[in-house]
Design a protein around this ligand. Structure first.
Ligand code: 9J3
Length: 297
């Protein structure tokens, strides 16, 4: 139901009156949690974090940890996250707790083969989204009847980021957002992605150089799809990883805002991607393109 109403809001001419904007804002999910500001987005959110590993594991990945907010009163969206080449959960799992603290159920996976190509990571992410959805129906799950199966996102680092983009390209209707951290996918072209997509890249990435990976990936996204490209000045291939702790506040501000805005439909986060607060970070980025697309005012 709310999906259809959101679609209506994509018609810019209809949305071009204040009255219409107000009614569009009212049709998305009710904003939940305290109003965001720069500092709240930079660190952990308002919810207590819990994690478990007892969800059924499908054949497409080896194992996973699911992080979730213990005390979020309303239904939560989900995010599936894949690591990069030779990486394990421990290389990127700071995102699990961080995103859970802001109200998401977050599945961080280990691939069957640490050297698996992006294609296999895409299949793992798609299966992981199915795992999250199934948790909503599994009585023994801490997420039983606490998820909104319509609000699922995919995310990943490097080959996992390539996998997230591939998964989004193929599962248009099934996802609410995609987020790629220094994505790696040679000749990656993602014109089939219809969901809001954020790419975070590193200016000095020598492993997935932006000129061959993140930037052409971004340019291949269809105009009209909400999309953003953030290129961290002097950033390397590992800007989104656990070890780049000094960058976690910056990463967090944009990733949390993107997911809150597009997975939860919470308009309060819009200015933190497209508005004035972004100016305060502009010196941190060598390139910054944010396009609200047709789904936003
Ligand atoms: O996932 C990644 O970090 C991909 C970078 C890489 O080393 O690919 C070469 C096979």
């Amino acid at each position: 139901m709310s999906r259809h109403l959101i679609q209506l809001c994509k018609i810019p001419i209809l949305a071009a009156t204040l009255g219409m904007l107000a009614s569009c804002a009212g049709t998305v999910d009710q904003p939940s949690g305290p109003a965001p500001d720069r500092s709240s987005l930079s660190g952990n959110g308002p919810y207590q974090i819990r994690a478990y590993q007892s969800a059924p594991v499908p054949e497409q990945y080896a194992s996973a940890t699911i992080y979730y907010p213990l005390d979020k009163p309303s239904a939560m969206g989900g995010v599936a996250i894949a690591p990069g080449y030779t990486e394990r959960q421990r290389h990127i799992n700071w995102w699990g707790g961080r995103l859970a603290s802001h109200g998401f159920a977050v599945l961080v996976l280990d691939t069957n083969d640490p050297e698996a190509p992006p294609e296999q990571r895409a299949a793992a992410l798609t299966a992981a989204v199915d795992t999250l959805r199934a948790e909503n129906d599994r009585r023994e799950s801490p997420l039983f009847e606490r998820l909104d199966p319509q609000r699922m996102a995919v995310m990943g680092h490097s080959m996992g980021g390539g996998g997230a983009l591939l998964a989004a390209d193929r599962n248009n209707d099934a996802l609410a957002a995609a987020l790629a951290l220094t994505p790696w996918q040679p000749d990656g072209s993602f014109a089939g992605i219809a969901v809001p997509t954020l790419i975070i890249a590193g200016e000095n990435d020598r492993i997935a150089p932006v000129a061959e990976h993140a930037w052409p990936h971004f340019q291949s996204l269809p105009a009209g799809t909400p999309r953003a490209y953030l290129e961290v000045a002097s950033g390397d291939h590992f800007i989104g990883n656990n070890r780049a702790e000094y960058l976690h506040p910056l990463m967090s501000r944009y990733a949390v805002a993107w997911l809150k805005r597009h997975v939860d439909g919470d308009q309060r986060y819009h200015p933190f991607i497209h508005g004035e607060p972004v100016n305060r970070d502009s010196s941190r980025f060598s390139r910054l393109v944010t396009e609200p697309g047709e789904s936003s005012e």
